[in-house]
Design a protein around this ligand. Structure first.
Ligand SMILES: NC(=O)c1ccc[n+]([C@@H]2O[C@H](COP(=O)([O-])OP(=O)(O)OC[C@H]3O[C@@H](n4cnc5c(N)ncnc54)[C@H](O)[C@@H]3O)[C@@H](O)[C@H]2O)c1
Length: 318
């Protein structure tokens, strides 16, 4: 019989109704021992998938100081996922992105410090912070964000480092690669977007020749990585990815195979978009050796699980 995990953490998950948050909260519930509260303004996420697993759910904005103070009062741990998460939206409206991702994170750190939070996990990003660089991307590389989203995440990481240095908060910033998986109906990221288009019988648009590479990490592996980071005392920055490059053409070929002949997959090519990176994938050795992170789910297996979820839950996004 598998050994039961023992933890008694009281965790606040900001943005817990989103894609990563919903999968993380389900993982924590399966493991047991985590008492979870959530704050989410539902600008993108929905609490449907997490209601049975949370003790307290607050629909609200992370920039609401009074609400933050209240929800933090009985917590010892914060997982900060709430953010303006879309790169293209950040290019269209960098001011809003700054307000939510930089001012919002700073305000949360201030309140976390006052509430004596003993562990803080900050959701960050790899490719969008490093910009165009020779992969694999790793934690020691100089940062050169190409879009306001990456800049906001870099600034948030800076404040996390400062709050650790100046006030002794125990903080890890996890730089996620491209996450895909179930419960991503509202996401505009490539796997979710393409599966939604395939289900609607619409063609897929590839910007450029499709040779651009990304690091696709299955959300179940990511959730387990975040859980391990919660229970570790590791501070600083960690890349969480699959550690493998996959081109867009390879991804589409695999998707075509998985959805089968009942769902035709047509591809249209358009010009490469400004702000988009050509190649990025990451080195996960630091997260592996320090927090025990691993990515055992193959892309094929993860895509099958994701496709099955999209097919079975069409009602969520039609
Ligand atoms: N999914 C990925 O591939 C990926 C990659 C790198 C980094 N990240 C980071 O991981 C975190 C989670 O991403 P996700 O994919 O779950 O995104 P998501 O958009 O699904 O979830 C974010 C959640 O935050 C909520 N939110 C937004 N603004 C808020 C505010 N002001 N106050 C309260 N709630 C607010 C949204 O309603 C949503 O439920 C984000 O910080 C994101 O930047 C995600």
């Amino acid at each position: 019989m598998a050994e039961k995990h023992v933890s008694s953490r009281r965790v606040l998950v900001t943005g817990g109704a989103g894609f990563v948050g919903s999968n993380l909260i389900q993982n924590l519930a399966r493991q047991g021992g985590y008492d979870v509260s959530v704050i989410d303004d539902e600008s993108l996420g929905s609490p449907d998938a997490i209601r049975p697993f949370v003790n307290r759910y607050e629909k609200g904005d992370i920039r609401d100081k009074a609400l933050l103070k209240e929800v933090l009062s009985d917590r010892d741990t914060v997982v900060h996922l709430a953010a303006d998460t879309r790169v293209m939206d950040s290019i269209a409206d960098p001011g809003h992105n700054f307000e939510v991702n930089v001012v919002g994170t700073f305000g949360l750190l201030q309140e976390a410090r006052k509430a004596n939070i003993s562990r803080f996990i900050n959701a960050s990003t790899g490719g969008a912070i490093i910009g165009e660089a020779e992969p694999p991307v790793h934690e020691e590389m100089p940062a050169r964000p190409l879009a306001p989203y990456g800049a906001s995440k870099l600034a948030a990481e800076g404040y996390c480092s400062a709050f650790e240095g100046a006030y002794g908060l125990s903080i890890a910033s996890l730089r996620f690669s491209n996450i895909y998986g179930p419960l991503s109906f509202h996401k505009g990221s490539v796997v979710a977007h393409f599966f939604k288009r395939i289900l609607k019988g619409l063609p897929l648009t590839i910007y450029g020749d499709g040779c651009q590479t990304r690091d696709y990490l299955f959300v179940g592996d990511q959730a387990e990585g975040i859980r391990r980071a919660i229970d570790s005392s590791a501070c600083g920055v960690y890349q969480l990815g699959s550690g493998q490059p996959t081109s867009l053409n390879e991804l589409v070929a695999l998707m075509r195979e998985i959805v089968g002949t009942g769902f035709p997959v047509d591809v249209i090519h358009d010009d490469f978009r400004a702000g988009e990176i050509m190649h990025t994938w990451c080195d996960i050795s630091k997260a592996t050796s320090t927090i025990g992170f691993s990515a055992p789910t193959s892309l094929r297996k993860g895509l099958v699980s994701t496709w099955n979820w999209f097919r079975d839950n069409r009602g969520h996004f039609n």
